[in-house]
Design a protein around this ligand. Structure first.
Ligand code: HEC
Length: 158
């Protein structure tokens, strides 16, 4: 998805340049004088536009490497990766979170909690719950709680 989002503007620019160059070159309303000018324009800009449309996104895709293409999970930082592991071990039994393939039902679905930042997750981990089904307090501490907070904040809602 991200790749398509990045490609789209280049494609549009390329197509627009080609369209303008061709239209200019073949427009019957134009006096002859500008025709050759239009051809030159087309001869220069069409290959340039095509080259840009292919090379630039190609370079970006190549740069991203194979493990980044496709899923959002691949763009996680090291801390978030650790958070994902911890989430699977510690939280997935009670919470749903699509990105982690978690389908717990004891606690709320973390994808539908609305705005959720790492602080909110860390607080939930620290203090636990107060409802009937009650989330245990202090399931994780310190760095581990922070990593899960970063991970959930990054992927929740997707
Ligand atoms: C034993 C089941 C259980 C486990 C394990 C569990 N939770 Fe919960 N969680 C709940 C329940 C139930 C609630 C709803 C509040 C309550 O009643 O305690 C909740 C609420 C939350 C909330 C919402 C708090 C808010 O601001 O609305 C977050 C965020 C959360 N949990 C994150 C986590 C994370 C991260 C982990 C793993 C470290 C985790 N939970 C582990 C049961 C659990």
């Amino acid at each position: 998805m991200e790749v398509i989002g990045f490609l789209a503007p280049w494609m549009i620019i390329g197509i627009a340049v080609i369209f303008l160059a061709l239209r200019d070159g073949s427009s019957p309303a134009r006096p002859r004088r500008s025709r050759s000018g239009g051809r030159v324009l087309a001869a220069v800009f069409v290959p340039l536009a095509i080259a840009l449309a292919i090379l630039i996104p190609g370079a970006v895709i190549a740069d991203n490497g194979p493990e980044r293409s496709g899923s959002a999970a691949a763009t996680l930082t090291e801390e978030e990766e650790r958070g994902r592991e911890l989430f699977r071990q510690t939280c997935a039994s009670c919470h749903s979170l699509a990105a982690a393939n978690a389908r717990g039902v004891t606690g709320p679905d973390l994808d539908s909690l609305g705005a959720i930042d790492r602080r909110r997750v860390e607080i939930a981990i620290q203090v636990g719950g107060s409802g009937e089904k009650r989330m245990p307090a202090g399931l994780l501490q310190g760095e581990n709680a922070a990593a899960v907070g970063a991970y959930v904040a990054k992927v929740a809602g997707g």
